[in-house]
Design a protein around this ligand. Structure first.
Ligand code: HEC
Length: 169
């Protein structure tokens, strides 16, 4: 279910929230993929945007593009994010080679850090001391638009579930 300003809306169709005298607010269903906290929902919502660069033979892949992540399908994305470590980074970002995309918490997960400014600024993992806010790139700039708050919340929840061994795909 998706929360809209305290209201819980239906998932499959347009939802009209009406208050007497104040008219109706119609909420579209275009981002209902965020209604699930499973990985499929995360992929449909935003992660599929990463395919342009992070996939074997991706059109946008250049020297220095992170090379472990493979967003070709929901399965390759799940596998490479959930167990992978960054590779192929050079220059400023080199210090992050070897860092896990999913760490022991959302705050120590590189996949979170490239999407959330706060996580990026506070990023600190023992394995990669130089991989900090200055070394980690903002991938929302590469995509061209930011993910929704719903997406970030669902990604956090997914990482927590993965760490407790109950992640749904
Ligand atoms: C236009 C190409 C492009 C797109 C789209 C893109 N990336 Fe990247 N990604 C790169 C490049 C290039 C780098 C290497 C760092 C840099 O040059 O900023 C990188 C680095 C990374 C890194 C390592 C970051 C670091 O600095 O340690 C992660 C993690 C990552 N990308 C995840 C993603 C995710 C998740 C998405 C989709 C939301 C995405 N990328 C979309 C090109 C892209």
């Amino acid at each position: 279910m998706r929360r809209i300003d305290g209201w819980v809306g239906g998932a499959a169709s347009l939802v009209a929230l009406c208050v007497l005298g104040a008219g109706c607010v119609v909420v579209g269903d275009d981002d209902d993929a965020t209604a699930t906290t499973g990985f499929d929902g995360l992929y449909e919502d935003y992660f599929q945007e990463c395919t342009a660069c992070h996939a074997p033979d991706a059109p946008g892949f250049t020297e220095g593009t992170e090379a472990t992540l493979d967003f070709t399908t929901v399965d390759t994305a799940y596998a490479t994010i959930s167990t992978g470590q960054a590779s192929g980074l050079s220059g400023n970002q080199e210090a992050c080679n070897g860092a896990y995309f999913v760490g022991t918490s959302p705050e120590t997960s590189l996949i979170m850090a490239v999407l959330d400014e706060g996580v990026r600024a506070g990023f600190s993992v023992e394995s990669n001391p130089g991989c900090d806010g200055d070394a980690i790139s903002d991938m929302t700039v590469k995509v061209g638009f930011a993910p929704s708050e719903d997406f970030l919340g669902n990604l956090e929840a997914w990482i927590d579930e993965l760490n407790t061994g109950v992640a749904r795909k």
